[in-house]
Ligand binder design. Structure first.
Ligand SMILES: [Zn+2]
Length: 350
């Protein structure tokens, strides 16, 4: 027994570091932790804004391809410090200047909100005389009210506070595909459409080198929803509460949804259709489609080993796919040249 104890002690000692340990003062360590939380918050925030900008452009400009699955949008992004978890709230205040009061942090160019005169930094006080709340639940409540107004599509009044003065603006919303596009914090390269939402991982945001590449992924996933591929597979999918919608807007934990679902849900026929309609969505949004085949090729090449569990599992890297993408690009280019309507060709129904 004693022998065994000595063996354990020697093993432990043998594994211990042999150089001296630098003395670290707790105050300096806490300052460093604060800095790191601020960097983390900035990264998450920039990713969400980037995806929101790209998705907004496609959802509004390609709304003709979403059939009756449409609502309206104004083109502003609101935030409070509560979009982050408890641990990051202070960092959100110091690094991003977010508080418990809703603030407009971004306004899309050419959007109804921009045309109405709304600017980043404005504090919205009311929508149609409905006073916006303050605090933890404020965004959730405001999102519910906003969704209701957007569904109607009617113009609405927004009172704002700017530089200490109140102003009244009127926004005329524009048509938009009625799908929430959200970031998931996962590092894997993946994207997923569940019928009502599109979820893009931060890993995918990093993989997409620029916003046009990101738009290719977003368009493909929006096309799955627009063509009701999920309905075809899962008729009982129901959209959750407003809370779920909001959670989706500000980042979600997909709990392994990608691995379980993405690999099985869509057949190659649905994938081909999402590629096809997705490229038309890109064209509607006046985004460059020439790089599309290369982008998917790059994805296939970068992740050959993860083919069974990753994005490429449901998005097969077959040579057929690239040839079809190339042909779709040519079809759209020809229509653009001829001034023909940019609508996907339907099958002959004899
Ligand atoms: Zn797909």
């Amino acid at each position: 027994m004693r022998c065994l104890v000595w063996v354990v002690v020697l093993l432990v000692l043998g594994c211990a570091p042999v150089t001296k340990r630098i003395a670290v003062d707790d105050v300096a360590a806490e300052l460093e932790a604060k800095k790191q939380r601020e960097l983390a918050v900035q990264g998450m925030y920039e990713d969400r804004l980037r995806l929101w900008r790209v998705a907004h452009r496609i959802k509004t400009r390609a709304s003709a391809l979403c059939g009756d699955q449409v609502s309206h949008e104004s083109g502003f992004f609101p935030a409070t410090s509560f979009i982050f978890g408890e641990d990051f709230r202070e960092a959100a205040q110091t690094a991003l200047n977010l508080t418990d009061v809703i603030k407009i942090v971004d306004v899309q160019p050419d959007s109804p909100a921009r045309k109405a005169g709304l600017k980043a930094g404005d504090i919205p006080l009311s929508f149609n005389d409905w006073k916006l709340p303050v605090g933890k639940e404020s965004l959730k409540l405001a999102a519910g009210k906003y969704a209701e107004i957007m569904k109607s599509g009617k113009s609405f009044g927004v009172r704002i506070m700017r530089d200490g003065k109140e102003e009244a603006l009127t926004i005329n919303p524009e048509k938009s595909c009625d799908f929430v596009v959200a970031v998931s914090n996962e590092d894997i390269i993946n994207a997923f459409a569940d019928g009502k939402r599109v979820i893009i991982t931060r890993g995918m945001l990093r993989f997409a080198k620029d916003d046009t590449e990101l738009a290719l992924v977003v368009s493909h996933e929006l096309a799955h929803n627009a063509m009701r591929h999920m309905d075809a597979r899962r008729t009982n999918f129901a959209l959750g509460s407003i809370f779920d919608i909001l959670a989706a807007v500000y980042g979600v934990n997909t709990q392994g949804m990608f691995g379980n679902a993405a690999a099985q849900i869509y057949s190659q026929d649905f994938e081909a259709e999402a590629d096809y309609v997705g490229l038309y969505m890109m064209a509607h949004a006046a985004l460059d489609i020439d790089n599309a085949p290369n982008f998917w090729r790059r994805m296939a090449a970068a992740h050959p080993s993860s083919i069974r569990t990753n994005f490429t599992a449901s998005h097969p890297a077959t040579s057929h796919r690239f040839v079809a993408l190339d042909k779709t690009v040519q079809e759209i280019r020809k229509k653009q040249k001829d001034g023909a309507p940019l609508m996907p060709e339907m099958k002959d129904r004899k």
